[in-house]
Design a protein. Structure first.
Ligand SMILES: C[S@@+](CC[C@H](N)C(=O)[O-])C[C@H]1O[C@@H](n2cnc3c(N)ncnc32)[C@H](O)[C@@H]1O
Length: 204
């Protein structure tokens, strides 16, 4: 598989927009999700670990899942994350992990996955009964957020009503949206949502 983030990995963390988004999304997760020291967390599309780094001190372990070796190499090179973050370079849609998690978080990775329904069903399969997701991405935008020739962008943001319906179709409940951060870029405001939801606890 081509690593679409190979070049971006080099300067990812020096991009001002990336800093604004990861800071806002991290703060929103901390505000809306109760974390505990025994929790096992998956960060889907973890990249260089900007979200992992904010969660790791508060949970048992973060499993950083991504398909970009280059982005994960930057994460793996951070000594402060070594004991708390496990790096997993794998496409969990085609090759699911043989374990489950208490929480799945994700920042700005959903729009890189073509089949959102399949991704959400995969998240359900990777959660313990009663497990939660906290997923951040762009609200619907006109396509100007990414350069026109960029590869691997399948969604120009997400409509909150449609995403709620997709989450419920996949088996999630207690769906709630918040605006994590609004990014100002080239004169346009791009709101970024955090959606939280949980799966049933299996008790009838
Ligand atoms: C916009 S970056 C966000 C990285 C990080 N979450 C952050 O906020 O800095 C999107 C990330 O999603 C990853 N990604 C794209 N498709 C993926 C897939 N099918 N499975 C796992 N990760 C994927 C990319 O490799 C990239 O690291």
């Amino acid at each position: 598989m081509t690593d679409l983030f190979e070049e971006k990995a080099e300067d990812w963390e020096s991009r001002p927009a990336v800093a604004v988004i990861s800071h806002g999304v991290g703060a929103a997760i901390l505000e809306h999700v109760r974390l505990s020291p025994e929790m096992q967390v998956m960060d889907f599309g973890a990249g260089t670990g900007l979200i992992c780094g904010q969660l790791a001190p508060r949970v048992g372990k973060v499993h950083a899942v991504d398909v970009s070796e280059a982005m994960l190499a930057k994460l793996a090179a951070k000594p402060e994350l070594r004991d708390k973050v496990e790096v997993v370079c794998q496409d969990i849609l085609t090759q699911p992990l043989e374990r489950t998690f208490d929480l799945i978080v994700s920042a700005m990775a959903l729009h890189h996955v073509e089949d959102t329904d399949a991704l959400l069903r995969s998240f359900v399969r990777h959660l313990v009964p009663g497990g939660r997701v906290a997923l951040a991405d762009l609200d619907t935008e006109d396509g100007a957020f990414h350069p026109p020739d960029v590869e691997g962008v399948f969604h120009h943001g997400f409509d909150r009503v449609e995403l709620r319906a997709a989450l419920e179709r996949a088996g999630f409940r207690d769906v709630g949206f918040a605006t994590a951060v609004v990014l100002e870029k080239e004169g346009t405001a791009y709101p970024i949502f955090l959606v939280t939801a949980s799966v049933g606890d299996g008790i009838c």
